[in-house]
Ligand binder design. Structure first.
Ligand SMILES: [Zn+2]
Length: 170
């Protein structure tokens, strides 16, 4: 039997997770649920193979692949809920999560709708003691292709600045 990674004492301590990317934190089981929502049945093993990148270009391919299944606000709610559940199992009480607004814009989605859905999805977890701070990444999208108009992108990014600090309102 493998010994636990941390002692019970460390495992039970409250923690802060200060650098996470929502789209980069989707567990294989959740990827299966996500692809199934869009008619693609996959095993966790197949997802793990997709995730087994060896270098940065392969990582980008894996990222593009998984985000291609983030098609509607419910998809964002699903992955945000799963992340929240996962963080609570590690006793994380505060987290700062980056959201790739650039990917949403690239896929011609409405970031506002996706964001509202994930706020609704994570609300119950806030009541369970996990506080979220969202960071919008729109100025440095991981997939630059297709976002050639820099000034337009910047204006959109600035519009979303108003969402920053939303979680601090209370
Ligand atoms: Zn990062």
């Amino acid at each position: 039997m493998t010994p636990p990674l941390f002692s019970n004492r460390i495992a039970s301590l409250p923690k802060a997770e200060l650098h996470l990317h929502l789209e980069g934190s989707i567990q294989p089981a959740t990827v299966c649920a996500l692809t199934a929502r869009h008619g693609v049945v996959m095993t966790e093993e197949e997802v793990r193979l997709r995730y087994a990148y060896r270098n940065f270009p392969e990582f980008i391919e894996a990222f593009k692949w998984v985000t291609s299944f983030l098609r509607d606000p419910q998809d964002y709610a699903l992955i945000a809920r799963d992340l929240a559940e996962h963080l609570l199992t590690q006793r994380v009480t505060y987290t700062e999560v980056t959201l790739s607004i650039g990917v949403m814009l690239l896929r011609k989605q409405r970031p506002e709708a996706n964001f509202e859905a994930l706020l609704c999805g994570t609300e119950p977890f806030e009541k369970r003691g996990l506080r979220f701070q969202w960071v919008f990444d729109a100025t440095r999208p991981p997939i630059r292709r297709g976002l050639s108009d820099g000034s337009r992108r910047m204006r959109k990014a600035l519009r979303f600045e108003s969402y920053r600090g939303l979680r601090h309102r209370r």
